[in-house]
Design a protein around this ligand. Structure first.
Ligand code: HEC
Length: 143
């Protein structure tokens, strides 16, 4: 048994640290966090597109249109990752083939806007959680 006095103080201290960190997060401009993008991808996208984004998720065989390999987006686009188009697709998918093949993720990926470098000197403005997923996809591109 440890001292009850010390134990009761610790959760309070942790709560203060969390509250302070939360205040800092709100005070600073949001920064996309790559690990959050990877996590969101596994949570929301891997079921169709596969854990490695190769288009081989567990429900892929059930879909009328196979989920594309998301590591080849740039390759399919002449070597350029179409940042804005990918962001728009994920945020509010209008349906290339069928409206409800891929869900719209705007409710899950909303948040304060950030600027994301587009790789050719410009930048695109988008919600920070969307930016995390899209830049994660960008990091997966292969020739
Ligand atoms: C229910 C299955 C499903 C889920 C979940 C899903 N997708 Fe998709 N996705 C698809 C299908 C199917 C297509 C192809 C649809 C089409 O072409 O009409 C697609 C297309 C795309 C495209 C367009 C690729 C291209 O080259 O045109 C992107 C980008 C994409 N998905 C990203 C994502 C991301 C990021 C997530 C998670 C936030 C996600 N998808 C979740 C099924 C899904």
């Amino acid at each position: 048994m440890s001292e009850p006095g010390k134990q009761s103080i610790r959760p309070f201290g942790v709560a203060v640290v969390i509250a302070l960190a939360g205040g800092l997060l709100v005070a600073c401009a949001p920064e996309p966090m790559p690990s959050a993008g990877a996590q969101a991808y596994q949570d929301y996208c891997a079921i169709c597109h596969g854990t490695r984004a190769l288009g081989d998720g567990p429900v892929a065989p059930e879909l009328d249109v196979p989920p594309p390999d998301l590591t080849l987006i740039a390759s399919r686009n002449g070597g350029v990752f179409p940042l804005r188009a990918v962001a728009d697709t994920v945020y509010g998918y209008s349906g290339k083939h069928e409206a409800d093949l891929m869900p719209e993720f705007s409710p899950l990926l909303d948040g304060p806007d950030v600027a994301v470098p587009d790789g050719s000197g410009g930048e695109e403005i988008m919600p920070v959680r969307l930016a995390e997923v899209v830049t994660y996809l960008q990091s997966l591109q292969r020739p």
